[in-house]
Design a protein around this ligand. Structure first.
Ligand code: IMP
Length: 533
C-alpha cells in the first residue's frame, strides 16, 4: 500500500477550498431546533477566526434603541437590588446604561431620574437655585437631597433672575443656627462668565479660579447657567460616558408597568428628563403593553420605548407593529428566576435571543439579551446571536453601586442582597437592605408578576445574596476588556461586523456536549478564581 501523499505546505490555503463549506456550524445550523432543541449559552461555543489587529482596536459601540447608541453594550436590570441612581450614573459614565427600577413611588423614581440627569453637565442649565431668605437648615437639606453643594442665590430664587451670591458647603457646614438666612453667609464676591462663552472658555476660567462653581450671567447680571469644577474632572475621566450628541447630560432609562397609573408615573419621569422607558413585563405580548406603547408614542414622541419581555418572533412582531424602539428578550433565564419551573412557560435564552433578534433586525429594532449572563463568555454569545446589548441583574447586584450595603454571610463571605422582582419578598416589598426609603416604597415594580385581583401570590423569583464584586469602576471595564479580547479571538473588529459575519455564515459555532462543558471548566484539586486585576 502506498503512503498517503503529503501535500506541499504552501498549498494549505488552496487545499482548504476543496472542503465543502467552513469548519463548524453556521448560526442557522446551530439554531436548528429540530436537531439541537432549545439552547442556552452554555450549550455552544464560537469558533476562533483570524487575529489581524490588537484587541484595543475592537469597537463596542452598539444601539440600545433605534435612536440611541451606547459605547459599551452593557445595561443594568430594573430591579430594586440592582439599579437606583448610583448604579444608573456609574453605568452611564462607563458607556452603558442603568434602568431605574419602579418598586418605589413615582416621586422617588422621578427623583432618581433627576439625579442621573443632573449628575454631569457641561453647562448646568437647570441648577438648584435658592433665595436670600432660604435658611441654612433648608440649604443643608438640599445638599443632602441632591448630594452636591454650591447653590446660586438669586433675587427670585429662580434661574433668569439677578445673581446675588453663592452658598457653598463651607459656608453652612459649621453654622449651628439653622434658621439663619443664607444671605448672612453667602459669598458675594463672585467670578462669573458672560453668556455666550464657550464650554472650553468657561472651563478654562473655572480652572484658573479657585472656585468650585462658575455662574454664567447675561448682560443684566441674571443667572442663565453654571459650570461646576467637579464636572470638569468627571468629563476628563469618563470618555465613554453615555450622552446624547446634543446634550452634556447622562442618558437615563427607567422602567414602568402597563397599568393606567403608570401613565401618571411616566409623566413625572419625563418631566425629570427621562430618555428611555422600558415597559417592564415578564410576558410583553399583551393588549395592555400594546396600548401603552401606542399611547407613549403619541404623548411623548421624543421618548424611546423598549418593549418586552419577549422570547418568540410572534411576540416580537406585535410589539414592533405597535411601534417599539427596542426589545428586551428573556423569560425564565434570570439567575433569581423560577418562572420556567413554576409557569412552564419561557424559552432557553440562546434560542430566544437568536430567533427574536433575527426577526427584529429586519425592522432595525435593536434587542437587549436580558438575564442569564453569568460571565463574559455569556455576553459574547448573547451578542453573537444578534443582541445589541446585554442586561445584567445578578452580575451587577454585588457591586458597590447597587442599592444597599454589603454584609457577611453565614459562610463568612462578603455578599450583597439580590432578589427577583417576582420573589415573595419583593412582591410583599420587604426591605432588601437599601434603596428608596420605606415611606417611598410601593410594589409597582413587582406588578409584572401578579394581577390586582390575585388572592395568592405565586412566586416567580427567589431572594438571597450574591458575592460582593467591588466597584463598577473596575468591573465594567473588565467586562469590556474581556469582550474585546473575545471578539479579537473570533477575528471581529466590532459588534457590527460580528452581527454581519454571523448572518453571512463566516463566524462559526460548535455544539458543546456535556463532557465538552466539563472539559472547558477547571479541573484541579483546589484553586482560586480571580477574574481581573
Ligand atoms: P440575571 O442577570 O440572570 O440575574 O437576570 C436578570 C433579569 O431577570 C432581569 O433583568 C429580569 O428580566 C429577570 N427577573 C427579575 N426578577 C425576576 C423574577 O422574580 N422572576 C423571573 N425573572 C426575573
Amino acid at each position: 500500500m502506498s503512503a498517503p501523499q503529503v501535500l506541499d505546505f504552501k498549498n494549505a490555503e488552496e487545499v482548504l477550498k476543496e472542503y465543502d463549506g467552513r469548519d463548524g456550524l453556521s448560526v442557522t445550523e446551530l439554531m436548528d431546533a429540530k436537531v439541537h432543541g432549545g439552547l442556552t449559552y452554555n450549550d455552544f461555543l464560537v469558533l476562533p477566526g483570524y487575529i489581524g489587529f490588537p484587541a484595543s482596536d475592537v469597537q463596542l459601540d452598539s444601539p440600545v434603541t433605534k435612536r440611541i447608541t451606547l459605547k459599551s453594550p452593557f445595561v443594568s436590570s430594573p430591579m430594586d437590588t440592582v439599579t437606583e441612581h448610583d448604579m444608573a450614573i456609574h453605568m452611564a459614565l462607563h458607556g452603558g446604561l442603568g434602568v431605574i427600577h419602579h418598586n418605589c413611588s413615582p416621586e422617588a423614581q422621578a427623583d432618581m431620574v433627576r439625579k442621573v440627569k443632573r449628575y454631569e453637565n457641561g453647562f448646568i442649565v437647570d441648577p438648584v437655585v435658592i433665595k436670600r431668605d432660604t435658611t441654612v437648615g433648608e440649604a443643608k437639606a438640599l445638599k443632602e437631597k441632591w448630594a452636591f453643594g454650591g447653590f446660586p442665590v438669586t433675587e427670585s430664587g429662580k434661574l433668569g433672575s439677578k445673581l446675588l451670591g453663592i452658598v457653598t458647603n463651607r459656608d453652612i457646614q459649621f453654622v449651628d443656627d439653622d434658621e439663619m438666612p443664607v444671605s448672612k453667609v453667602m459669598v458675594t464676591e463672585l467670578i462669573t462668565a458672560n453668556s455666550g462663552v464657550t464650554l472650553v472658555q468657561a472651563n478654562s476660567i473655572l480652572a484658573q479660579s479657585k472656585k468650585g462653581k462658575l455662574p454664567i450671567v447675561d448682560d443684566k447680571g441674571n443667572l442663565v447657567s453654571m459650570i461646576s469644577r467637579s464636572d470638569l474632572t468627571k468629563n476628563l475621566h469618563f470618555p465613554l460616558a453615555s450622552k446624547l450628541p446634543d446634550s452634556k447630560q447622562l442618558i437615563c432609562a427607567a422602567a414602568i408597568g402597563t397599568r393606567p397609573e403608570d401613565k401618571v408615573r411616566l409623566a413625572k419621569l419625563v418631566d425629570a428628563g427621562l430618555d428611555i422607558v422600558i415597559l417592564d413585563s415578564s410576558q410583553g405580548n399583551s393588549m395592555y403593553q400594546i396600548e401603552m406603547i401606542k399611547w407613549i408614542k403619541k404623548e411623548f414622541p421624543e421618548l424611546d420605548v423598549i418593549g418586552g419581555n419577549v422570547v418568540t418572533r410572534e411576540q416580537a412582531a406585535s410589539l414592533i407593529a405597535a411601534g417599539v424602539d427596542g426589545l428586551r428578550i428573556g423569560m425564565g433565564s434570570g439567575s433569581a428566576c423560577i418562572t420556567q419551573e413554576v409557569m412552564a412557560v419561557g424559552r432557553p435564552q440562546a434560542t430566544a435571543v437568536y430567533n427574536v433578534c433575527q426577526f427584529a433586525s429586519r425592522f432595525g429594532v435593536p434587542c437587549i439579551a436580558d438575564g442569564g449572563i453569568q460571565n463574559v463568555g455569556h455576553i459574547v454569545k448573547g451578542l453573537a446571536l444578534g443582541a445589541s446589548t446585554v442586561m445584567m441583574g445578578g452580575l451587577l447586584a454585588g457591586t458597590t453601586e447597587s442599592p444597599g450595603t454589603s454584609f457577611v454571610s453565614r459562610e463568612g463571605k462578603l455578599v450583597k442582597a439580590y432578589r427577583g422582582m417576582g420573589s415573595i419578598d419583593a412582591m410583599q416589598d420587604k426591605k432588601a437592605g437599601g434603596g428608596a426609603k420605606d415611606s417611598q416604597k410601593s410594589n409597582a415594580g413587582t406588578a409584572r408578576y401578579f394581577s390586582e385581583g390575585d388572592s395568592v401570590l405565586v412566586a416567580q423569583g427567589v431572594s438571597g445574596a450574591v458575592a460582593h464584586r467591588g466597584s463598577i469602576a473596575k468591573f465594567v471595564p473588565y467586562l469590556a476588556a474581556g469582550l474585546k479580547h473575545s471578539l479579537q479571538d473570533s477575528g471581529m473588529t466590532s459588534l457590527e461586523e460580528m452581527h454581519r459575519k454571523v448572518t453571512e455564515g463566516v463566524v462559526r459555532f460548535e455544539i458543546r456536549t456535556p463532557s465538552a462543558q466539563l472539559e472547558g471548566g477547571v479541573n484541579m484539586e483546589s484553586y482560586e478564581k480571580k477574574l481581573y486585576a
